[in-house]
Design a protein around this ligand. Structure first.
Ligand code: SF4
Ligand code: SF4
Ligand code: SF4
Ligand code: FES
Length: 591
């Protein structure tokens, strides 16, 4: 332990703690901007500067390690002046166009400007500098400020504070490294490494750089206008499906706490916005389990070793960012992806076939959109999947954040909405479908049903426990499904996934079934989820809310018990992995 004194309070902290961590233990708050816990401590912004007694220069609290006997002062005129200077320097390269910025009110820079009195709100919802900035404005203009409007991740260079959080997120969470610092001196900036396009640099569209950006420099492409146009067209029937993970968080930004506004209020909001039908992707998650679980059981023990003697497991395929990465870099794994489409694409196919027939709708006149915690789904809806030739199964995908902005800008008051049920059929779901939205949920839901199919008995729904692998950042367990042992592993974050793939590829580990999600904690921590301006991953807590819903609120917890899934098989698909199911619910993972 190391003894330190911060603001006259003594404390013993673990060795290698930073001043910031020690201050936190004492309940002393130090402002930060570039720092993100466990991810980024490059010390770029100088907002966290403090005085270390006996040292001339102010120290960055976020990356200065405490020493025995260190005395620290976190508040003084010199510190305040240094922080204000840092903010003014940032403003010299920032457009401060808050009234038109998606991140207004969740922007870390904006909150610091207001807190330190450098800027204030004006009567038009903009934030303006209180006194003229002594540093000349140096905005990026012309060709260098342009960004292609059609790609998923949108960047506004004049809002970037060069904190490096996007670089760290892409590099450390996803092991991809799309972003880097580029240029030098006054022209130093953040851009795509080596001047490549984002796709050529390996971007999988996960959106983690967006959720880790403290300002409005990174946002997702906004696709709400296309849905609004469809709603305005009397010839078109609009359908929105709601993904499991969006229900835990969509109230954030609408005056509610995480998890406070339920799915029924979301239905009411969407109906008020003019959507004709609202269904739940969780039902299609149950359908996915029927297909993927059948695929798993039929393949168990039938794996053939490759030329290196490696028997590859079956991988889940519902995360499009993971599928994209497998296509880019992991041909061995790609060949062993489940052929089941993601729940979103399955429901898309069902809506434009079975549902269209039922309602006597022309599939060409259905506009089908998914509401997702995910930015990568914007790419997935464009994959060539057409149950009706020439008609895409899905027409668009919006993030949770886009819904929040749409609700806001339309003046819908969610607090006065009467909750409405999901439309039926296609509106019933189980707890197994809901936990798809959190890491390990797809695996657990599949095991619940696979156990039942293999043994004829229902397993305890919470009986599937995993332990951290001795090899690294994933969890693993072996379960007996009747006579057969199934070796399972779950990884979230593509960095962890790649470590797992390496271990499989070297023969260090062997599994039968592997779940991979690109985002930390799975879709609950997805790149399209609301950002609350805090410096912590929110996915774990949001995922726990989904598990709580499964455990305490939903009467059915096994996908095969979903009455509407049973009805779909009886009426339409016959049985899991039937010819029609293969045609509509499965795909071939090629570019
Ligand atoms: S979307 Fe994901 S892969 Fe693409 S740059 Fe951002 S973090 Fe990297
Ligand atoms: S784009 Fe955002 S996260 Fe990346 S350096 Fe700029 S402000 Fe930081
Ligand atoms: S983990 Fe979920 S939210 Fe993240 S990219 Fe994959 S599907 Fe999208
Ligand atoms: S330098 Fe510490 S938060 Fe930026």
């Amino acid at each position: 332990m190391v003894n330190v004194v911060i603001d006259n309070k003594a404390l013993a902290v673990a060795e290698n703690s930073t001043i910031l961590q020690a201050a936190e233990q004492l309940g002393i708050s130090i402002p930060t901007l570039c720092y993100f816990a466990d991810l980024n401590d490059i010390g770029a912004c100088r907002m966290c500067v403090v005085e270390v007694v006996g040292e001339e220069r102010l120290a960055a609290a976020c990356n200065t390690v405490v020493r025995e006997g260190m005395e620290v002062i976190t508040s003084s005129d010199a510190i305040t002046e240094a922080r204000i200077t840092a903010l003014r320097l940032l403003l010299s390269q920032h457009d401060l166009n808050c009234a038109y910025c998606n991140r207004s009110e969740t922007c870390k820079l904006q909150s610091l400007l207001l807190e330190y009195g450098v800027a204030q709100w004006d009567d038009w919802g903009n934030v303006v500098e209180v006194t003229p900035n002594p540093y000349a404005k140096q905005l990026v203009k012309g060709r260098r400020a342009k960004w292609p409007s059609d790609i998923i991740v949108q960047r506004d260079t004049n809002k970037c504070v060069k904190c490096g959080r996007c670089i760290a997120a892409c590099d450390k969470l996803e092991n991809i490294g799309v972003w880097s610092f580029v240029g030098s001196g006054a022209f130093s900036n953040v851009g795509v490494a080596d001047g490549l396009s984002m796709r050529d640099a390996g971007c999988v569209g996960c959106g983690q750089c967006i959720t880790h950006c403290p300002t409005g420099a990174l946002t997702e492409r906004d696709d709400v206008e296309a849905l609004k146009a469809a709603i305005a067209d009397p010839e078109i029937t609009t359908v929105v499906q709601i993904a499991p993970a969006t229900r835990t968080s969509w109230g954030v930004g609408l005056g509610a706490e995480d998890g406070e506004l339920g799915v029924e209020t979301m239905v009411a909001a969407l109906k008020q916005l003019g959507v004709d039908y609202v269904f739940d992707t969780s039902l299609a998650a149950d359908l996915t389990i029927m297909e993927e679980g059948t695929e798993l059981l039929s393949g168990l023990g039938a794996g053939v070793p490759d030329e290196h003697g490696i028997t590859w497991p079956m991988f889940t395929s519902c995360c499009p960012a993971w599928v994209r990465r497998a296509k880019d870099c992991h041909p061995d794994a790609l060949a062993h992806l489940s052929s089941a489409k993601s729940p979103m694409m399955m429901l898309g196919a069902v809506i434009k076939t079975w549902f269209a027939e039922k309602q006597q709708l022309d599939p060409a006149k259905i506009y089908s959109v998914a509401l997702m915690p995910c930015t990568a789904k914007k790419h997935e809806v464009k994959l060539p999947m057409e149950a009706n030739p020439g008609i895409p199964d899905m027409d668009g995908s919006l993030t949770t954040r886009e819904l929040i902005r749409w609700v806001h800008s339309s003046g819908v008051d969610v607090s006065s909405l009467e909750p409405l049920p999901l439309d039926n059929p296609l509106g019933e779901y189980t707890g197994a479908g809901v936990i798809f939205g959190t890491t390990g949920g797809v695996m657990e839901a599949a095991l619940r049903t696979a156990y039942f199919v293999a043994t004829g008995q229902l397993p305890p729904p919470d009986g599937f426990e995993f332990a951290v692998s001795e090899h690294g950042g994933w969890v693993e367990a072996t379960f007996e499904l009747g006579e057969t042992a199934v070796r399972c592993a779950v990884a979230h974050g593509l960095s962890n996934a790649e470590a797992l793939l390496d271990a499989i590829g070297t023969g260090a580990v062997e599994y039968d079934f592997v779940e991979i999600m690109a985002c930390p904690s799975g879709c609950a921590g997805g790149g399209g989820q609301p950002i609350d301006g805090s410096e912590a991953e929110l996915g774990l807590e949001r995922g726990n809310t989904l598990r709580m819903l499964d455990k305490t609120k939903l009467p059915l917890r096994y996908s095969h018990e979903n009455p509407q899934v049973k009805m779909l098989y009886e009426e339409y698909f016959g049985e899991p992995c039937s010819e029609r199911a293969h045609h509509l619910l499965h795909t071939v993972h090629v570019d």
